[in-house]
Design a protein around this ligand. Structure first.
Ligand code: DGL
Length: 278
């Protein structure tokens, strides 16, 4: 196999992934399934988690700090694997970066439109994501006659981050948030927060088997693959073991616990103090 210089340089560059915490790991999981030779550098801004209740301006500030950190980590593409951060201003991050920057809202919208047959679509996310109406706007741009029901589920992120998904309290909260959506007879539910796939089983139990859950992670991974392919940026060195580096701004322990369980491998995270957290 003959490689170009460009391919060799990009082979060593990683895919950068950011989120407020462990949620973006659901995207990392799909990326490594689809592209097992790609390395990943991950930043979870756990010191500022949850992003959902914060102002868009504040969230953008945190995102820029993570981008600045990752700029020194030799990445070839950046995935903003957080709906709240995407809703707070994906175009700002894209303008400020010379790398491809991908959000998570458009891929979720595509998957939902492909999946829904009745056109009755539910969207759940953080308060920031739901208040931004970004999902609703993106869905309506494609099809003006959809019946869309949106619901903020602010406690879900905290249940996931604190490893409390398998508790009676989580079940009660899930019913409170999701029963009204079921009454609207949705056939598709967009998990509009990257933390939510970590509670798929609970959500599916509550909404019932007739509602299809949309986890945009596989759609995102496919899009990353396409971009890397087109840009000649795929790691062509099959013999290489990918490297996974995880950084957090808060305590590494809860991140490592949830991350190891999700990725089915030992996750070691390093704490980094971003300028605004000092
Ligand atoms: N995973 C983030 C999202 O997709 C979590 C939000 C939060 O920190 O509140 O929105």
């Amino acid at each position: 196999m003959t490689l170009t210089n460009e391919q060799i340089i990009n082979a060593h560059r990683a895919i950068g992934v950011i989120d407020s915490g462990v949620g973006g790991l659901t995207v990392v999981k799909e990326i490594s399934k689809l592209m097992p030779h790609e390395s990943v550098v991950y930043f979870g801004d756990t010191a500022h988690m949850p992003y959902g209740p914060r102002s868009y301006e504040e969230v953008r500030g945190f995102v820029f700090q993570m981008i600045e950190f990752l700029r020194h980590q030799e990445i070839k593409i950046l995935i903003v694997a957080c709906n709240s951060a995407t809703a707070a201003g994906l175009s700002y991050y894209q303008k400020a970066s010379d790398l491809p920057v991908l959000g998570v809202i458009e891929p979720g919208v595509r998957a939902a439109l492909n999946g829904s047959s009745s056109g009755r679509i539910g969207v759940i996310g953080t308060t920031g994501t739901i208040n931004s109406s970004e999902y609703e706007k993106a869905l309506r741009r494609q099809n003006g006659s959809l019946h869309i029901v949106s619901k903020a589920c602010p406690l879900f992120v905290l249940l996931v981050e604190n490893n409390l998904v398998d508790t009676p309290e989580a079940k009660r909260v899930a019913h409170e948030y999701l029963d009204p959506l079921v009454r609207e007879e949705i056939d598709t539910l967009i998990l509009g927060c990257t933390h939510y796939p970590l509670m798929t089983e609970l959500i599916q139990n509550v909404v019932g088997p007739s509602v299809q859950l949309i986890n945009s992670a596989d759609e995102i991974a496919a899009e990353v693959g396409e971009i890397l392919n087109k840009g000649n940026m795929i790691n062509p060195l099959n013999s290489e073991k990918p490297r996974f580096r995880f950084f957090v701004s808060g305590s590494p322990t809860p991140f490592e616990e949830v991350g190891s369980k999700l990725l089915n491998r030992s996750v070691k995270a390093y704490q980094v103090t971003l300028p605004s957290t000092s």
